[in-house]
Design a protein around this ligand. Structure first.
Ligand SMILES: [Zn+2]
Ligand SMILES: [Zn+2]
Ligand SMILES: [Zn+2]
Length: 403
């Protein structure tokens, strides 16, 4: 260690969430990534940092003094004010290591704009938590409060009256905008997310599409600092119900209020804790499942978008009998017949692939007269039994997107 401030000074362990949009160029991004690696090692930090040509996004944990030194170094690199969202870490290690990844976008919107979005010039107007709060109080018909996070995040907690666009990943935002832009025109649009980074792009994208329609007057706002800053300003939760989902081992941060808005997808009882091993059999999005249901289930679940595939589409097939597989094949075929149109192309491919797997498994059973395997709970990622899975291949450990 050369000149770093260690975490073993007995000081408090903290976590910071941060981002900064600033054009870096290829050389600048490479330099930044290198400096990040060095800082992580010197300051003995853990966390996830994404570096792109458009800036940086990270969640970093370490000793309080080390994190301060890190903040100073990053601030110096960008030479601009960065909003550091700091919180005390009750868990010792939220991340197993410090990973810096160079990516094409800080948030995976999958945008292919001829002219890249400029969040500073095109983004929605920032509202402080207090301003956002007082606009929510007006609760007018003209308001459109949109949660730009994923459904599995919305389900754990959200603002009163907020719209869930029904996304399992952020790349579905452009489709939501396309389908709803006429309803949004002329209203007051208020966007929010976890810490603010997704709204920067989401609001810029929405404003560009409004501009395409010659509409430069529809007001588009974004909550500065996201739910994180709002809950700091309104510790009792204010208009936010439930918990703020975060992408690390904590999974969520609560306000002082104990309201639980989530529901177990199996038994509908109040439940709002996500678990990295409880994911959709089809798309691997997190699914809310209570401990009681998980203890007695096969370990396969379905997200709201894929709920109609419940009992039809399974990841692991070897525990089923030939009769069960026959039924699944029939059900998959009738699902396939219902999915028409270009938008359903991915869905059809998914179903076809599974149908092929079911038929192959059926052939094996028929040919060899083999019996189905025992119903062992297995890891979706490494396919080993849970008891043998190192636990580093799924859930939050595996995640690389900090927000
Ligand atoms: Zn349950
Ligand atoms: Zn799904
Ligand atoms: Zn595993």
């Amino acid at each position: 260690m050369c000149g770093g401030i260690g975490t073993d000074g007995g000081d408090e362990t903290v976590v910071v969430l941060f981002y900064c949009y600033q054009g870096l160029g290829a050389e600048g991004a490479a330099q930044l990534a290198e400096e990040q690696q060095r800082l992580g090692a010197e300051l003995r930090l853990s966390g996830r940092v994404l570096v792109a040509l458009e800036g940086i996004n990270g969640t970093v944990q370490g000793g309080s003094a080390a994190v301060t030194a890190y903040e100073v170094a990053v601030q110096r690199f960008f030479n601009t004010r960065i909003d550091w969202k700091r919180s005390a870490a009750s868990e010792q290690n939220l991340f197993p290591d410090f990973v810096v990844k160079q990516v094409s976008e800080l948030v995976g919107f999958g945008l292919q704009e001829a002219k890249p979005l400029d969040v500073h010039a095109e983004g929605g107007t920032h509202l402080s938590p207090e301003e956002f709060h007082s606009r929510l109080l007006q609760n007018s018909e003209e308001l459109r409060i949109i949660d730009v996070r994923n459904t599995f995040e919305y389900d754990v907690g959200h603002f009163d009256g907020a719209i869930d666009p029904g996304m399992t990943h952020t790349a579905q935002w452009p489709r939501y905008v396309k389908d709803n832009i006429q309803d949004l025109r002329g209203r007051t649009v208020m966007l929010y997310c976890t810490g603010g980074i997704r709204c920067e792009k989401a609001s810029a994208y929405l404003r560009r599409r409004l501009n395409d329609l010659g509409d430069s007057s529809t007001p588009v706002f974004q909550l500065e600092g996201g739910i994180h800053r709002y809950l700091e300003a309104f510790p009792d939760g204010g208009h936010f119900q439930g918990a703020n989902f975060v992408f690390d081992k904590r999974a969520q941060m609560r306000s002082a209020s104990t309201s639980v808005v989530g529901r177990c997808s199996e038994c509908s009882s109040a439940w709002d804790t996500h678990h990295g091993g409880r994911v959709c059999a089809v798309c691997r999005a997190l699914v809310l499942v209570c401990d009681a249901c998980d203890a007695t289930s096969s370990g396969e679940y379905w997200c709201p978008e894929h709920s109609e595939m419940k009992g039809i589409y399974h990841h692991f097939l070897d525990r089923f009998t030939a009769e069960e597989l026959q039924l699944q094949a029939g059900a998959l075929q009738s699902c396939l017949a219902k999915e028409v149109g270009t938008r359903k192309k991915n869905r059809r491919n998914t179903l076809r692939k599974k149908l092929t797997q079911v038929e192959a498994r059926l052939a094996v059973l028929t040919r060899s007269g083999a019996c189905p395997g025992p119903p062992i709970r297995r890891c979706r990622a490494c396919e080993r039994p849970y008891s043998e899975c190192p636990g580093s291949c799924w859930g939050f450990w595996r995640r690389t997107e900090p927000e």
